[in-house]
Design a protein around this ligand. Structure first.
Ligand SMILES: NC(=O)c1ccc[n+]([C@@H]2O[C@H](COP(=O)([O-])OP(=O)(O)OC[C@H]3O[C@@H](n4cnc5c(N)ncnc54)[C@H](O)[C@@H]3O)[C@@H](O)[C@H]2O)c1
Length: 329
């Protein structure tokens, strides 16, 4: 089985690659495990992690996913699984409208079109986002709640979701759209996502540094750990197409927490001194984007299909400390 990850050098892409290599096989559409013979990592930057590039099953490809020739190079009749993760994240897509449209929307269509031309109906997992929602929302958001994105990123993801559903309905791909909660705790440095603080207010204080929280403590977020996110991407790929039917979009289970509750969990796990490193400096731009995302969800459909979120945010922090070998300072 040949597998492609677009955005394969990114945060989730590299983690997904590691997990796929560790498993070595994926269920085929009839539910039988099939050995992964090649894993192609496509990104505009080269994936450089030694464990990935050193694995004989990995092929790294550097290229722009918005170019047809690049997609034709990485998708052939043997590419039976595609995890389409490449994206311009929310803050950057809002700052650079053309780039967001080109990568989040045009390139997604081009990817689906390349699959259609190949004619081999690969399974395609597309990572969408809670940013597809917005405006006046019901108290609890479900898979089929109307989409009313309040950012260009959210609009681009919403359109790509529709495309994936239609290419599936037409039998060109076997698509699965997984709407990811905000992933926290994300290691490394802050990024251009409006939700970057959802990791920063845990990561930086644990690292002995101050962190700025740009939103009010009452702001409610919908979160998922990287560990669970990767498990769910693979479980979503392996879901029986018949169980999904013509509803190819799933909100992934997560935990609903306020920023105040996140800080309380940090205090519980790492102590007062660490939690006090958070500085509260409101940023209207971030508040507007993040505040338009819903905080409470009904994800019973995904749960019935076997997908799962984290038990608590304190557990998420403990998982981050263990996975990243963090020594709280
Ligand atoms: N991390 C989150 O909190 C979160 C939440 C919801 C949805 N998502 C979605 O999950 C996916 C992965 O997110 P991530 O956190 O790993 O983001 P990331 O920014 O770390 O990874 C995205 C990757 O796409 C690559 N990319 C950008 N433009 C490209 C191009 N023109 N051609 C090829 N590659 C290109 C980037 O170089 C990057 O490595 C994205 O689709 C994102 O929208 C993430």
């Amino acid at each position: 089985m040949k597998v492609l990850i677009t955005g394969g050098a990114g945060f989730l892409g590299q983690r997904l690659a590691r997990e796929l290599l560790a498993r070595g096989a994926l269920k085929n559409p009839s539910g039988t495990p099939q050995t992964m013979t090649e894993l192609v990592l496509l990104d505009v930057v080269a994936a450089s992690a030694a464990d990935l590039v050193g694995d004989s099953r990995v092929r790294t490809e550097v290229g722009d996913i918005a170019e047809a020739s690049v997609l034709e190079r990485v998708i052939d009749g043997e590419t039976s699984v595609i995890f389409h993760l490449a994206a311009i994240v929310s803050g950057q897509a809002e700052a650079d409208f053309e780039l967001g449209m080109r990568i989040n929307l045009d390139a997604s269509r081009l990817l689906l079109e390349t699959c259609r031309q190949r004619g081999h109906v690969p399974r395609v997992v597309f990572t969408s986002s809670v940013a597809v929602y917005g405006g006046a929302l019901p108290e609890i958001v479900r898979d089929d709640t109307a989409l009313h994105p309040q950012s260009s990123y959210g609009a681009q993801k919403a359109i790509a979701e529709l495309l994936l559903n239609d290419y599936t309905r037409r039998g060109f791909v076997d698509g699965r759209v997984l709407r990811l909660p905000t992933i926290s705790v994300r290691p490394g440095r802050p990024n251009a996502a409006a939700s970057s603080f959802a990791s920063g207010i845990v990561r930086e204080p644990l690292n002995g540094e101050a962190a700025v929280c740009p939103v009010a403590g009452s702001t409610r977020l919908w979160l998922l750990s990287p560990r669970r996110a990767i498990g769910n991407l693979i479980a979503g790929l392996e879901l029986d197409a018949a169980a999904l039917g013509d509803q190819r979009t799933l909100n992934l289970p997560g935990i609903s927490v306020s920023v105040d509750e996140m800080v309380a969990a940090l205090r519980e796990v790492a102590g007062d001194a660490v939690a006090q490193r958070i500085e509260w400096t409101p940023d209207a731009r971030v508040e507007r984007i993040v505040g338009s995302w819903p905080g409470r969800w009904d994800t019973s459909r995904a749960e019935r299909l076997g997908l799962a979120g984290d038990a608590s945010f304190a557990d998420v922090i403990r998982g981050y400390i263990a996975d990243e070998q963090v020594t709280a300072r």
